[in-house]
Write a protein that binds this ligand. Structure first.
Ligand code: ADP
Ligand code: ASP
Ligand code: MG
Length: 472
């Protein structure tokens, strides 16, 4: 008997038919005698609708959120009606979900009146999708004869108050998660927990960032001592590139925690960036599998770096970034300029995604999220005002027309010439490289290119990945 944690993403619970498939997957594992913890996302598209309702209300639009309320009601009511046959369950779940949809409308009205959607309000609104979904999944399991209980993760996951991207308070979360979940697992009950959300110590709802349900699953999965975590999604596993951009992308059978961490950090949309942290510490394997093709093996993620030695495995891209350059002939040899530049960046709470310094030291360039670019340039101008006055530093500017393309693979460090081949492939494809940075982890190599060249770059590098025989 094993303890398995299974997370189902938005598409996997996106319709009545999909939720039936989810119930079948869970039932099969319960029948095999396993203890099962389930984490669910909101129904596909719902989180986007909730956020859109709040944003349009804040902008003074009273109609859009009302239309969205109607759509959400229809979507959930139809799912409940199709799936639940017992009157008692159907009415109870209908009322419970209906109350959450009413809450959405009320919150949006408040936001509309105030013309203000604070990050705190956004979290209250966006967390509603998962809360609407888990009662339906749990009720269907009960109907199928599997004892199950819907659980709101605001009672389990304790976070700080960085709304929309909250940090987890690990020790408190571990205590609460074990207290609530272990007795249920011991009794053979399947807890169905909301992904994505948590709450502060005071009980105010927070979220873990978009796609946060993956992280909820590995956190809670680790705390209940799972033998394995299975992440169910709508593709056959983690792939060599985003299949929406690179049509011949293929599934990678095995990856290490380090590789997945880098991939997610550098924009691969398949898993939340923090997903592997909780499981990597404990060596818990994670499977990524397709709900709609459940017999396919999928991808296994473990601490084994050498699963496919000597190779590049994936290529990813990050959009919505800005390249900041600080340049000046007088910067050569002036101690402390880099340190002060990055102090200024940090003062704006901007995450530096990549740094590159020219060997002549006449410029420093680095990448920050686009929405921070303007503030970062101002902060640098203030911090280096004296150097600007003396013209040691001549310019600090932001270029928003760039994106980062990253190749990831643990085998890269053992294989000479990877960079040369990547640059060669980009050159042959006519892609101009603006900046190069070798990742500190040895797992990745990033280039900054013009945004119009990203797709060409991804496809050109992906050809190398496939030539290496990865993922096939
Ligand atoms: P879920 O709702 O199940 O969490 P997501 O939409 O968050 O699903 O993530 C799965 C999607 O990620 C896939 O449908 C795929 O289009 C996209 N994707 C982007 N990059 C990759 C990649 N390298 N491997 C697999 N899928 C990827
Ligand atoms: N529903 C949330 C989102 O769309 C969290 C998740 O699906 O993981 O971002
Ligand atoms: Mg996701």
């Amino acid at each position: 008997m094993a303890t398995l944690t299974m997370k189902f993403g938005g598409t996997s619970v996106g319709s009545a038919a999909a939720i039936s498939q989810v119930a079948a997957i869970i039932k099969e594992q319960v029948a095999a005698g396993h203890r099962m913890l389930v984490i669910s996302s909101a129904m596909g598209g719902v989180t986007n609708m909730l956020l859109e309702g709040a944003t349009t209300a804040a902008a003074g639009d009273a109609r859009r959120y009302q239309a969205l309320t109607h759509t959400l009601r229809l979507k959930h009511e139809e799912t409940i009606r199709t799936l639940l046959t017992s009157d008692v369950e159907r009415i109870a779940i209908h009322d419970e979900v209906g109350a959450l949809i009413d809450e959405f409308e009320t919150l949006c009205y408040g936001i509309y009146v105030l013309r203000d959607a604070s990050p705190k309000a956004m979290d209250k609104v966006s967390s509603l999708g998962e809360r609407m979904c888990v009662p339906i999944v749990a009720a269907l399991l009960r109907q199928e004869g599997v004892p199950s209980r819907a659980i709101n993760a605001s009672h389990l996951i304790v976070t700080d108050d960085r709304f929309q991207n909250a940090g987890v308070r690990f020790e408190e979360t571990e205590v609460k998660a074990r207290e609530t979940l272990l007795p249920l697992l011991d009794q053979g009950v399947v807890p169905v927990v909301t992904g994505f959300l948590g709450a502060t110590r005071e009980g105010v709802i927070t979220t873990l960032g978009r796609s946060g349900s993956d992280y909820s699953a590995t956190l809670l999965g680790a705390y209940v001592d799972s033998d394995e975590v299975w992440i169910w999604t709508d593709v056959d596993g983690v792939m060599t590139a985003d299949p929406r951009v690179v049509p011949d992308a293929c599934v990678i059978p095995a990856l290490s925690y380090g590789e997945v961490g880098e991939m997610a950090y550098f924009g691969a949309k398949v898993l939340h960036a923090k997903t592997v942290q909780p499981v990597a510490e404990r060596g818990i394997p994670v499977w990524v599998k397709n709900t709609f093709n459940p017999t396919f093996q999928g991808t296994i993620i473990t601490n084994n770096d050498q699963t496919t030695p000597g190779t590049v495995k994936t290529v990813t891209a990050i959009r919505d970034v800005s390249l900041i350059t600080v340049a000046g002939r007088g910067m050569v040899g002036v101690p402390g300029i880099a340190a002060r530049t990055f102090t200024a960046v940090a003062s704006q709470d901007a995450n530096v995604l990549l740094i590159s310094q020219s060997s002549s030291e006449q410029s420093i360039c680095f990448i920050v999220p686009e929405q921070k670019a303007e503030a970062v340039v101002h902060a640098i101008e203030n911090e280096l005002a004296r150097e600007f006055g003396r013209q040691d530093v001549e310019r600090a500017w932001a270029n928003n027309d760039v994106e980062i393309v990253t190749v990831v693979g643990a085998g890269m460090r053992a294989q000479p010439g990877v960079a040369a081949r990547v640059f060669g492939a980009l050159g042959d494809a006519g892609v101009n490289i603006e900046v190069i940075a070798q990742g500190a982890s040895d797992y990745c190599l990033s280039v900054v290119v013009h945004r119009n060249a990203t797709e060409t770059a991804l496809r050109a590098i992906h050809k190398l990945v496939v030539q290496n025989g990865v993922g096939v």
